[in-house]
Design a protein around this ligand. Structure first.
Ligand code: NAD
Length: 381
């Protein structure tokens, strides 16, 4: 492990603080909280499955600008368990049928949709119509048309919209963005991004059901590879071609198993990405004119790890940090103070445009599909 001397430590600390701007557990003495409002936003989680229970609810216990105020579940047996565990009052508990009554509940400011992918649009739109700010898990929805419907519903009802892209406020991701923007190793020329895991032997899970998931590995892990390709390149792709590989067709009956895609970006960077439900992969490689940087792991819950061609470890002086706390605090602060929304709906829609282009290319035998995204979804930090 790299020895961090005082100067390196300070440089890295400054970078981390600047990049991660909202690490809620950083002591106030670091001066991050100027302009902070005292109100904590009440968040209601919709869908109490693995991610809501395993990551989001525990992360909300550590948040500074928001807290777990309510739940929406289709499983009555979960109600008492969650009410007891997180001190949630009965009046803040909803099911999928009476969910729209949430409009009358002032304790809920934000609805966070953590359901199977094809249910995101319906619940985001119902939340917006109820006058609640919305966070939707990734992928934002299963088609560009659904993304548009969510964006429009939020606009029409004057509520804010964010996507659950926890990497966008991760300090390691922000260090990559800094290297790309400040160019200490020159311009980026090539990127490579991989995101995949081996799906266990459960053919009945919703992730393998096209109607519920919208697609396979690409919809699930592929959006991470698309995201890191873009922050690794520092620009949106202008063309993409893709191939699909299936080695377990009996298991992946309805959805894609593994996909590779090649991209050219608007700044002439070229790159490729890989996503899979049948291989473990978790890496971003960025090649600059005079060196390289790599994050590995790159897309998991953290802490991430990385290094550069200079032999430096990309490492921050945090024993443990919570991506989801930072992500939700960042969105809450956006709602409360108008600070930057690091994962807006437009970013989620852009990624689904790319997902649709990848599926189109595969359908057309790997044909190169042009993309006209401009700066869509690029958030200047
Ligand atoms: P899960 O299967 O563990 O939970 C899904 C929840 O939806 C369950 O509570 C289930 O009861 C409910 N549900 C309602 N209707 C359902 C139906 N018809 N079929 C199946 N379940 C139904 O899934 P998860 O891993 O919690 O994923 C939920 C969402 O969160 C997905 O969109 C996924 O992509 C996203 N996710 C994001 C991350 C991340 O790191 N940002 C990680 C995991 C999952």
């Amino acid at each position: 492990m790299e020895k961090i001397n005082r100067r390196t430590f300070n440089v890295k600390l400054t970078q981390a603080l600047a990049g991660a701007a909202l690490l809620s557990h950083i002591p106030l003495s670091y001066g991050l909280n100027s302009g902070r409002q005292d109100k904590k936003l009440g968040i209601a989680l919709v869908g109490l499955g693995g991610y809501a229970g395993g990551q989001l609810a525990p992360a909300l216990l550590k948040a500074e600008h928001c807290y777990l105020a309510g739940i929406v579940t289709g499983t009555p047996s979960k109600e008492k368990e969650w009410m007891d565990k997180y001190s949630i009052p009965k009046e803040n508990v909803y099911n999928y049928e009476n969910f729209d009554n949430i409009a009358k509940n002032d304790a809920i400011d934000v609805v966070y949709v953590v359901l199977p992918n094809s249910m995101h649009a319906e619940f985001c739109i119902r939340a917006a119509k109820a006058g609640k700010h919305v966070i939707t898990e990734k992928p934002m929805a299963v088609s560009v048309a659904e993304c548009d419907a969510i964006i429009n519903a939020c606009k029409e009802n004057g509520v804010k919209l964010g996507v659950g892209y926890r990497m966008q406020t991760d300090p390691y991701t922000n260090e990559i963005k800094r290297l790309v923007a400040e160019k200490p190793m020159g311009e980026v020329q090539y990127i490579s991004s991989d995101a995949g895991f081996v799906s266990g032997n459960n053919p009945d899970q919703w992730r393998l059901n096209k109607k519920l998931a919208g697609g396979g590995a690409l919809m699930d892990m592929g959006v991470y590879a698309i995201q890191s390709s873009i922050y690794g390149a520092g620009a949106n792709p202008v063309s993409i071609s893709a191939q699909e590989f299936k080695t377990r067709p009996d298991y992946f009956k309805e959805v894609d198993e593994s996909i590779t895609a090649q991209m050219k970006f608007s700044n002439d960077v070229v790159g490729n990405m890989f996503t899979s439900y049948n291989a473990n992969a978790n890496r971003l490689f960025v090649s600059f004119r005079r060196g390289w940087a790599e994050l590995n792991p790159c897309h998991s819950y953290g802490p991430l790890a990385g290094r550069t061609s200079k032999g430096e470890e990309i490492k921050f002086p945090f024993e443990r940090y919570y991506q989801q706390t930072t992500q939700m605090d960042s969105f809450a602060k956006h709602v409360l103070t108008g600070s930057t929304n690091f994962a807006p709906g437009e970013m989620g829609k852009r990624d689904i445009i790319i997902v649709e282009a990848i599926y189109k290319s595969i359908e057309e035998g790997g044909k190169t599909i042009p993309l006209d995204l401009g700066d869509m979804g690029i958030v200047k930090v």
